[in-house]
Design a binder for this molecule. Sequence first.
Ligand code: ATR
Length: 281
Amino acid sequence: MPKINGSTILLGVMGDPIAHTASPRMHNAAFDHLGVNAVYVPLHVVSGQVDAAIHALRVLQFKGVNVTVPHKEHVMPFLDELDPLARQIGAVNTIVSINKRLVGFNTDAPGFLVALKEELRFLVAGKHVGILGAGGTAKALAVAMAHAGVGKLGIVNRTMASAQAIAAVVSGRCDVRSYALNSLEMRTFLSQCDLVINTTSVGMVLGESPIEDFSWVRPGQHVVDVIYNPGKTTFLQEAEHREAKILNGVGMLAAQGMLAFELFTGKTIPYDFMKQHILRG
Ligand code: ATR
């Protein structure tokens, strides 16, 4: 526990629900480790109260907050400034007070690239990547892939219009196509991918998977799920069974936290430190 006094810096994470967040554990351990006089608390903010919560951050002089589901998009209009990457992604997961101005950043997308590098030694440049899903996470990762110089990108979704909308956002920066989930074209594309990522919420219950047929998986292919609970989704189990190199969402969580910590404090903290403290929960 940090020693709290009159000059303790205030930070937190706002979302709904928030009770199961691992972020306070990770950030407070990092403050202790580096001797930073700061505290990081969960902030339960319900929909409809986002404007008031942002105002409260200003009044209470918080140094910053992370933002999680379901507020990553809703906070944006209430901030003073947006980092260009957050603006392009259309979602903010980190708010920092800089000279009394609230600035919105997105560390989810660059965090994902850090996790790929740290855990799988995987660099996106020139690679073929398939993203399953077309929600907020898929959009953030598509923008990250485009910025990292992806060779070919495929957005796979049940609802084609959402996949096409994401493809339109990144088409100026990379070679991108959309595919219908579980189509023959999808299977052909995925079989040629170096990396396939599940961003859909299907898989939080063991036995459920967004994909029915795993015949496309090749030994050595990189297969990632952004879900971290369960630690090994049915999607990852099926891929591992076919000798793919797998990774769950813990790495992304650790890396977005590491990058947010740097924005909050100006200090660096190792990726492994953040990951260990998430896994300790
Ligand atoms: P997030 O912001 O976390 O990425 P989201 O915006 O709710 O989540 O997006 C959820 C994604 O999971 C969508 O791509 C959704 O597909 P649709 O666009 O067709 O709705 C996908 N998804 C959710 N349930 C699904 C299911 N049962 N089968 C296939 N895809 C599903």
